[in-house]
Design a protein around this ligand. Structure first.
Ligand code: SAM
Length: 178
């Protein structure tokens, strides 16, 4: 994830997007939610193996002009506007540890925990029993704090993949609702 300086830009598919894409291609089910849909790349991918797919993003402008368009888009924090439980929820988090939130596509706030926590608080009760939450974080954030947080909310959480890049290591976490 590279730091940008324009607040309202669409987050173009990047290494972290493709890292998550490799894993969600193997997932199948009825319903899936992509939190922080951005360009819609991952939301569109989910539509191949799930019959009911929703994408959310906090950035209305980005949803309006998405490059990879899908039908069911909602502008909200996390899954705040949704009253439904999904088989799978995915999120390529804004995970960078930053003192302030300047770019909402990438900045996670203190320890890279502040914004992810906001998203987690919103999605935890939208996962079906035995459903999965897959999220991407990185060595540039306090990812263990995030994993512990998910665990505290009854999600059996473990790192399922890592990918070394030049300046960071991407981390994919799978959390299963017990
Ligand atoms: C790293 S980008 C990922 C975009 C896309 N999913 C991808 O993988 O290429 C994070 C996205 O999350 C959105 N976002 C940030 N905070 C959010 C929040 N609290 N609720 C929903 N979406 C949020 C941003 O606008 C941005 O589009």
């Amino acid at each position: 994830m590279q730091k940008k300086f324009v607040i309202n830009d669409e987050y173009k598919p990047a290494e972290d997007t493709f890292f998550l894409a490799d894993y969600i291609e193997k997932e199948k089910g009825t319903s899936a939610l992509d939190v922080g849909s951005g360009s819609g790349y991952l939301t569109q991918l989910l539509c191949k193996n799930f019959s009911f797919v929703i994408g959310t993003d906090i950035n209305f402008q980005v949803l309006k002009t998405q490059t990879y368009k899908t039908s069911n888009l909602i502008c909200c924090n996390g899954a705040d506007a949704i009253n439904y439980k999904f088989d799978l929820i995915i999120c390529n988090l804004p995970y960078l540890a930053t003192e302030e939130i300047i770019d909402i596509a990438t900045d996670g706030g203190k320890e890279g925990f502040q914004i992810p926590k906001q998203i987690f608080d919103s999605v935890f009760d939208k996962i079906k029993s035995q459903g999965k939450f897959l999220f991407v974080t990185s060595s540039l954030s306090n990812y263990q704090k995030l994993i512990d947080y998910a665990q505290k909310f009854g999600l059996d959480s473990k790192i399922i993949a890592k990918k070394k890049l030049f300046f960071e290591e991407l981390i994919l976490v799978e959390s299963v609702k017990i």
